[in-house]
Ligand binder design. Structure first.
Ligand code: SF4
Length: 188
């Protein structure tokens, strides 16, 4: 559940949703309840209390007013240098996954006050992980998309997905009705 204090912050996972299809995020934001359920862990002291086994941290919740972001990093690797690990289903990752990982790195960087310019994407489908270098492009994309999400409002429905194949596995298709809407547009 998003807390009152977090209501103006963008959830990092929403960056991924937006990049998949802004219209999908619109329906998730305004038509459905997102079941966010984060254990709050704020401040450096809480960081020290995180459960840690063999150089792994689990579930670190971070928020930043400066970045307008909040989110939960499922897994962090490292003893002296912490590196976020984002786990994904499937056999491949996409640009939106990299941007999501970059946002976690930026949150961690803001929190630790030291550079975090690398993260891992782990794919369940291949049981492999990929080291992703966080570039200026990634950081600029995070800022740009965060701003775009903060500007979204109920009265302005984003356009359909750039690739119709995305609609086949979209959970908000029953709200969006892309095929029906496009048919109606043709006959009106
Ligand atoms: S059905 Fe397609 S266009 Fe509609 S929200 Fe989903 S991905 Fe976007």
């Amino acid at each position: 559940m998003t807390t009152e204090n977090d209501s103006n912050l963008v959830n990092v996972s929403d960056l991924n949703q937006y990049l998949y299809c802004p219209r999908r995020l619109y329906y998730l934001m305004f038509y459905q309840t997102q079941g966010l359920n984060f254990p709050l862990a704020e401040g450096r002291s809480k960081h020290e209390n995180q459960s840690r086994r063999g150089g792994w941290y689990r579930e670190m919740y971070l928020r930043s007013e400066k970045l307008h972001l909040h989110g939960k990093i499922d897994l962090l690797e490292g003893k002296t240098t912490l590196t976020p690990v984002e786990r994904k289903h499937g056999n491949s990752y996409f640009e939106n996954d990299e941007v999501q990982l970059a946002a976690y790195c930026m949150l961690l960087e803001d929190y630790l006050e030291e550079p975090v310019r690398m993260g891992y994407l782990y794919l369940f489908g291949t049981n492999e992980r990929y080291a992703i270098t966080i570039t200026d492009w990634h950081c600029e994309k995070v800022i740009e998309v965060t701003q775009a999400i903060r500007s979204m409002n109920l009265d302005s429905i984003p356009d359909f997905a750039d690739n119709p194949n995305k609609c086949k596995k979209c959970s908000t298709v029953q709200y969006c009705l892309p095929v029906e809407t496009k048919l109606l547009e043709k006959i009106t």
